[in-house]
Write a protein that binds this ligand. Structure first.
Ligand SMILES: C[S@@+](CC[C@H](N)C(=O)[O-])C[C@H]1O[C@@H](n2cnc3c(N)ncnc32)[C@H](O)[C@@H]1O
Length: 276
């Protein structure tokens, strides 16, 4: 299947530019039957893998209700066509005043229009001059994806971590600067969930902004820090690093066995905990 793998609209935290880096640390996908993204956003990983692995069942979750209703509407061929004609009518008559009114509305057509027309920061007028309706129409290619709207942390708690054929891709909101970490209960929630991840049978890949606390926690929990990747954020132009954490050995470790790889899994965890 030849698929338009671009996101439907620009999305903060989109991982498309990291596909090559991600490819190096993926588990053996021929052994995977289910991929779940609890913090889906523009579901970069699923878009990247979807056409190559038609036999895998993909679930994309996000707690943004509007986003998920847009996806569920636009994956349906009939609804997609109806929304496209509504978008075209809006675009033909748009003014700054009308755009500001539309921004307050939450239904699928209006919220999608704003995401397509105003971009990530709701600029007016549209930077790229006109909406790419071909791309919008091609969203029906994602008809087989299960889009859900739940709390991502609850979802991880509930999913079947005993299933070795499940691949969990976690790309949660960034931990941010260390001094914000202490104020954000969600980060405690994440690290609380991760504390047992080394024992899960499912495969876990976590991407987070790198900082000493994240590294310390991950090592303490016996997780594998597969790599740290330098990143330049597209809009803020900030230079940062993303840390890739797994609960399995990736091809990177398997190709270059370290002392750690030669010990048993149980010993590895103990060594890492001892380091802490
Ligand atoms: C870093 S972004 C994910 C980016 C995504 N991988 C992509 O390629 O676009 C984090 C996402 O988590 C979502 N999110 C934040 N808190 C959440 C929660 N409690 N449950 C589910 N999703 C959440 C945000 O709406 C955002 O889309």
């Amino acid at each position: 299947m030849s698929l338009n793998t671009k996101p439907l609209f620009s999305y903060a935290g989109n991982k498309d530019k990291e596909w090559d880096e991600i490819d190096e640390v993926l588990p053996d996908l021929t052994q995977i039957t289910t991929v779940v993204e609890p913090f889906g956003g523009s579901f970069s990983l699923t878009r990247h893998l979807y056409s190559e692995y038609p036999e895998i069942k993909f679930t994309v979750n996000d707690n943004d209700e509007q986003l998920i209703s847009v996806y569920n509407t636009m994956k349906d061929p009939e609804l997609n066509e109806t929304v496209i004609s509504e978008l075209q009518q809006l675009e033909a008559t748009i003014t700054k005043k009308k755009y500001d009114e539309i921004k307050k509305k939450t239904d699928v057509t209006n919220s999608l229009f704003c995401r397509l027309y105003g971009g990530m920061h709701g600029q007016f007028p549209l930077k790229q001059k006109c909406i790419n309706y071909e791309k919008v129409a091609s969203f029906t290619d994602y008809g087989e994806i299960n889009f859900t709207c739940e709390d991502g942390y609850e979802m991880i708690d509930q999913c079947c971590k005993d299933d070795p054929q499940l691949f969990l891709f976690l790309d949660p909101p960034y931990v941010g600067m260390c001094n914000r970490f202490y104020n954000n209960p969600l980060h405690y929630k994440l690290f609380d969930i991760l504390k047992n991840a080394r024992h899960w049978k499912c495969k876990l890949l976590l991407i987070l902004d790198d900082n000493p606390l994240t590294e310390t926690f991950c090592k303490h929990f016996g997780l594998n820090i597969a790599k740290v990747v330098p990143i330049k954020y597209q809009y803020s132009k900030i230079n940062a690093h993303h840390i890739y954490v797994t609960n399995y050995l990736t091809s990177l470790e398997l190709e270059q066995p370290s002392e750690l790889d030669q010990s048993s899994e149980e010993e590895q965890s103990e060594e890492l905990i001892a380091e802490f």
